[in-house]
Design a protein around this ligand. Structure first.
Ligand SMILES: Nc1ncnc2c1ncn2[C@@H]1O[C@H](COP(=O)(O)OP(=O)(O)OP(=O)(O)O)[C@@H](O)[C@H]1O
Ligand SMILES: [Mg+2]
Length: 144
């Protein structure tokens, strides 16, 4: 089919379009998650954190549709994850050591790090869902 839903979560439906195979379109139920994801990407795209994020490409002015590079979700890649990641609750409280053991940057500690939000992109583990609008506040709190 030309257009296909390849995933969905609490706040978004993720759509692939055969004519643009390198990207996905995230259709939001509320625009704030897309907007915070896009803003985080814009603020980190020229830093070392960018290598640990699925890149954002574009966003509509109202925030309802975000275009992001298409990645291979970990569940499709068949990667074995450590038991502590599968058991951890809430995921946003992983330690810096655990976050780095996954190959992610410690600045992503307060984000929603769970198997469903991780992918492979350019041979690395990346976060394809970094839309949490509370994460920047938590990072400030955790790094004090
Ligand atoms: N860039 C991407 N490339 C390929 N698949 C993706 C991408 N982003 C998301 N997906 C797929 O779509 C699903 C839902 O996306 P996402 O986690 O961004 O939605 P969400 O509504 O923010 O989720 P949550 O329920 O965690 O809040 C993911 O679990 C993944 O399978
Ligand atoms: Mg998600």
């Amino acid at each position: 089919m030309e257009i296909e839903e390849i995933g969905s979560g609490f706040s978004r439906q993720v759509i692939a379009w055969a004519s643009a195979p390198d990207v996905v379109f995230k259709f939001a139920r509320w625009p704030n998650f897309n907007l915070s994801e896009y803003c985080f990407w814009q603020s980190r795209k020229d830093t070392e954190v960018a290598a640990h994020l699925a890149p954002c490409v574009d966003i509509t002015a109202d925030g309802y549709v975000l275009t992001m590079k298409r990645t291979t979700p970990l569940k499709a890649a068949g990667i074995t994850l450590p038991d502590w990641l599968l058991l951890a609750e809430p995921h946003s409280r992983l330690s810096r050591q655990q976050v780095e053991e996954l190959g992610l940057h410690y600045e992503l500690m307060p984000y929603d790090i769970k198997p469903e939000n991780l992918s492979i992109f350019n041979g690395r583990i990346v976060l394809h869902d970094y839309a949490s609008s509370t994460a920047p506040l938590l990072f400030h709190e955790l790094s004090r």
